[in-house]
Design a protein around this ligand. Structure first.
Ligand code: GAL
Length: 372
C-alpha cells in the first residue's frame, strides 16, 4: 500500500513540474509569424529568427511570407487565428492588413507590429522596430562624410530614392536623411538632380522618388531613366538609397553607364545584407545601416512573452519611443507603444560589426569568420 502511495506522490510531483515548466515557458502556446516578403533578403532571416526565439521560450511558432501581397498575408494570418495562435508578430505589406488585425483583437490575440507600423488600425498596442528616423540620419551622414561635403569647394550632385509609399518606415528613413541633407542643399553645397521633396510631406514629389513594395526592378528602371534624362548632362556624386536591395539595383544601372565606370556615386543602403556587405568590401556600395534583426526578433518574442503573461514590459536593448520619436508609433488611428532598437552605420571600416554579431553565421564556412 505504501509503495502505491509513494508512486502516486512521485507522479503528482512530476505532473506539477511539467505544469510549472509549461506555465513558466510558453506552455506550448502558438505564436504566428507573418513576414511581408522574401525578395528582400532580410525578411527570411527575420522569420527564421522569430521562430527560433519563440521556441527557446517554449512556444510553438510558424513563419509565413506574404510575397508582398497583402491578401496572401491576410489569409496566412487568418490561418494562424484558426490554429488558435495566442500572439501574432506581423511585418505587414500595407494597411490592407487592418481587417485581420481587428479579427485578432476580437479573438483577444496579442498583435505586435514588427519593424513596420500597422497603419490605420486601433486594434493593437505594441510595435517593435529600430529608430527609423536615425536610420535615415545615418544614411545621409555617410553621404556627407563620403563626399567630404564640409570641405567641398564646388557643388556636389545627388539624386534621391525612397522606399515603398505603403511602408510607414520609408517616410521616417527619408525625413531623417533630409534633416541632414537639407542644410547642405540650402547652402548650395549639394544640388539635387531629379525630384526634390524637402520632406516626405511633399507627397507629390515623394511619390515620384518612392519605390512600390521595395521592388528592385522599379528602382533600376528609374535610375536608367534619370541617367538618360535629368542626370544626362551631369555626373552624380551621390545617391540616397533607402535600403540595400535598391542600392544594388541602382548601382547596376550606374555601372552600365560609361561615365560611372570606376567612378560610382557614394550610395547609402540599409539592412547589412550579405551581398551589400560584399559590395562595400569591393568598393562599390558606400555604406549600409546594420539593424541586428536577430536582436529585433529576440526582443519581439520577449515582448510577446511578457504581454501574454501580463508582466510589465522590459526589453533589454530597446527603449520606449517618447517625445518626437513617439510619432513612430502613430498608426494614424492611435499611438501604440513603440519600442526602438539602435541602428548602426557600417562602411568598409567596420564591416566586422556584422561578423562579431554573428549576423552571417548561416553563411560562414565552418564558423571561421570571413576576413574582410
Ligand atoms: C522596411 C524595413 C527595412 C527594409 C525594407 C525593405 O520596412 O524597415 O529594413 O528591409 O522594409 O523590405
Amino acid at each position: 500500500m505504501k509503495k502505491i502511495a509513494a508512486v502516486i506522490l512521485v507522479l503528482a510531483m512530476a505532473a506539477s513540474m511539467v505544469m510549472v515548466v509549461s506555465c513558466k515557458a510558453g506552455g506550448g502556446q502558438m505564436i504566428g509569424v507573418a513576414m511581408p516578403e522574401t525578395h528582400v533578403q532580410r525578411w527570411v532571416k527575420d522569420g527564421n529568427s522569430l521562430v527560433e526565439e519563440a521556441k527557446k521560450l517554449g512556444y510553438r511558432a510558424e513563419a509565413q511570407f506574404g510575397d508582398a501581397n497583402q491578401g496572401t498575408q491576410n489569409q496566412q494570418i487568418q490561418s494562424f487565428l484558426t490554429q488558435g495562435a495566442k500572439a501574432l508578430i506581423v511585418g505587414c505589406i500595407n494597411d490592407g492588413v487592418a481587417p485581420v488585425i481587428a479579427e485578432a483583437a476580437r479573438d483577444n490575440v496579442v498583435v505586435i507590429a514588427y519593424d513596420r507600423i500597422i497603419p490605420n488600425s486601433e486594434d493593437y498596442d505594441y510595435y517593435i522596430t529600430f529608430n527609423n528616423f536615425k536610420v535615415g540620419v545615418l544614411q545621409a551622414e555617410s553621404i556627407v562624410a563620403g563626399l567630404d561635403l564640409d570641405a567641398a569647394t564646388s557643388p556636389k550632385y545627388i539624386t534621391l530614392f525612397a522606399g515603398s509609399p505603403t511602408d510607414g518606415n520609408a517616410f521616417f528613413f527619408f525625413d531623417g536623411a533630409m534633416s541632414v541633407l537639407n542644410p547642405y542643399i540650402d547652402s548650395g553645397k549639394l544640388v539635387v538632380v531629379g525630384p526634390y521633396p524637402r520632406t516626405s510631406s511633399d507627397t507629390n514629389n515623394f511619390q515620384r522618388i518612392a519605390t512600390e513594395n521595395w521592388q528592385a526592378p522599379i528602382a533600376k528602371t528609374r535610375m536608367e531613366n534619370l541617367l538618360s534624362n535629368d542626370a544626362r548632362n551631369v555626373t552624380l556624386d551621390a545617391i540616397l538609397a533607402p535600403n540595400d536591395t535598391l542600392a544594388r539595383a541602382i548601382l547596376e544601372a550606374c555601372k552600365a553607364d560609361a561615365k560611372y565606370r570606376g567612378n560610382l556615386p557614394i550610395i547609402s543602403g540599409q539592412d547589412a545584407e550579405w551581398d551589400s556587405a560584399m559590395s562595400i568590401k569591393n568598393g562599390e556600395q558606400f555604406s549600409t545601416v546594420f539593424k541586428d534583426t536577430a536582436k529585433l526578433a529576440e526582443a519581439a518574442i520577449i515582448l510577446a512573452d511578457q504581454v501574454l503573461k501580463g508582466q510589465p514590459v522590459n526589453i533589454p536593448g530597446a527603449v520606449l519611443a517618447t517625445g518626437d520619436l513617439a510619432e513612430i508609433g502613430n498608426t494614424g488611428r492611435k499611438y501604440v507603444n513603440a519600442y526602438l532598437l539602435d541602428p548602426i552605420l557600417v562602411t568598409e571600416d567596420n564591416l566586422t560589426v556584422m561578423l562579431d554579431a554573428g549576423f552571417y553565421d548561416d553563411r560562414l564556412d565552418g564558423g571561421n569568420p570571413l576576413r574582410w
